[in-house]
Design a binder for this molecule. Structure first.
Ligand code: NAD
Length: 248
């Protein structure tokens, strides 16, 4: 029997891309999965596909930076499946704007969705994890959080912030047997890529040692490791899968 059959997982941004792949991997391993997304149709489609295969999943719609909405969404998951054991903080947005042209509204929305969401979602699950003395929190950073990227000052600042959040919280909760780690994908072929200018994408591929974008199925196994019992010794770590874009 898989260890995941006793786990309840929440995947934010589970309606698409990396989050969808991880929601599928967790459910296939036996976990009950809350698919949280602000795109209702996508979240419901992912959950319905999993349930149709006899797996356990539930869609819950929320803007992950909106504290009351997150509390309500997570409560429906807890009611259906029990306390949340694994949180994959993955929902995020991306766009490319040179700083000189960037409005404060664009800056603020990036901070809200990519960084405030970690505060909101993590705070919502920590008390139950502390009570149970077991938890896994995995945050999606980006290799851009290490190396920067042109026209993405706001995005890179949030992803560097995700790494700082991960390391600081890892200290706070390891005594409760809760691990906090991150992943830092390089360019992965998901719908978020379509939000970037084609010339930006072409330049990115040309500069990659592996000369291609990665797939979501090349990201999910790292999340599964960090979510597992075998991942217990990863504390405040970040796993990089980036085709050589940033070798660290
Ligand atoms: N694709 C890449 O190249 C890449 C590289 C590094 C990091 N990342 C990160 O991976 C994560 C997932 O991105 P993806 O590539 O799968 O993109 P995606 O657009 O396919 O998926 C993101 C999901 O998050 C949801 N979402 C966005 N803002 C939300 C909000 N405020 N509330 C609730 N849901 C929200 C979207 O609806 C979408 O379903 C993001 O944090 C992104 O920054 C992606």
């Amino acid at each position: 029997m898989s260890e995941f059959t006793t786990r309840v997982a929440v995947v934010t941004g589970g309606g698409s891309g990396i989050g969808k792949a991880v929601a599928i991997a967790l459910a296939e391993a036996g976990a009950a999965v809350g698919v949280v997304d602000w795109n209702r149709a996508n979240a419901e489609r992912v959950a319905a596909d999993l349930c149709g295969r006899g797996l356990r999943a539930l869609a819950a719609v929320a803007d992950v930076a909106d504290e009351p909405a997150v509390k309500t969404a997570f409560a429906t998951i807890v009611e259906a499946f029990g306390d949340i054991d694994i949180l994959f903080n993955n929902a995020g947005i991306d766009n490319a704007v040179p700083l000189v042209d960037m409005s404060a509204a664009v800056w603020d929305e990036m901070m809200r969705v990519n960084l405030r969401s970690l505060f909101v979602c993590t705070k919502a699950v920590l008390p139950a994890m502390q009570r149970k003395r077991w938890g896994r929190i995995i945050n999606t950073a980006s290799q851009s959080g290490y190396k920067g990227a042109p026209a993405m000052v706001h995005y890179c600042a949030t992803k560097a912030g995700v790494l700082g959040f991960t390391r600081a919280l890892a200290y706070e909760v390891i005594d409760d047997n809760i691990t906090v780690n991150a992943i830092a994908p390089g360019p992965i072929d998901t719908p978020i890529k379509d939000t970037l200018p084609p010339e930006w994408v072409a330049a990115k591929v040309a500069g990659l040692p592996i000369k291609r974008f990665g797939t979501v199925d090349e990201v999910a196994p790292a999340v599964m490791l960090l979510a597992s019992d075998a991942g217990a010794y990863f504390v405040g770590a970040c796993l990089n899968m980036n085709g050589g874009d940033h070798m660290a």
